[in-house]
Design a protein around this ligand. Structure first.
Ligand SMILES: [Fe+2]
Ligand SMILES: [Fe+2]
Length: 128
């Protein structure tokens, strides 16, 4: 279970989207309709990446290429886990859940945190 109080970065658009996504990931960890939740994670993560990538573009963020590469690496790993997880096997759902939990906590805590600090230094608390 991800503790949602530890992932706040101080840029509302990022925090709001991270929170929604992390709530979905926590839901996946509790069982329930895993196929629907995984599809929701996929759609929501893609929307979120597009928002972050356009903010980086708009603000001329110097770390943009590395950050987009991190998103692309996620897209690839997620795609590799998707079909097996959608079979509904509990083991594969747990593998997907573990990947999502680890990846998002790590990404938000480092790569996104650096972006958030940059945006705040540009006075962009209300970015996008
Ligand atoms: Fe993010
Ligand atoms: Fe990101």
């Amino acid at each position: 279970m991800i503790d949602l109080t530890t992932t706040v970065l101080g840029v509302p658009v990022m925090d709001y989207q991270h929170r929604s996504l992390l709530e979905l990931i926590n839901l996946l960890g509790t069982g329930g309709n895993s196929t629907g939740v995984i599809a929701g994670c996929q759609a929501y993560a893609e929307r979120h990446f597009i928002v972050e990538e356009s903010i980086m573009e708009a603000y001329g963020y110097p770390g943009r290429d590395a950050h987009v590469a991190a998103h692309d690496a996620y897209r690839k790993r997620f795609a590799g886990l998707l079909a097996p997880a959608l079979n509904g096997s509990p083991v594969l759902t747990r593998t997907m859940h573990r990947f999502l939990e680890q990846w998002w906590v790590e990404h938000i805590g480092h790569v996104d945190r650096e972006l958030a600090e940059f945006l705040k230094s540009k006075g962009a608390r209300e970015a996008a």
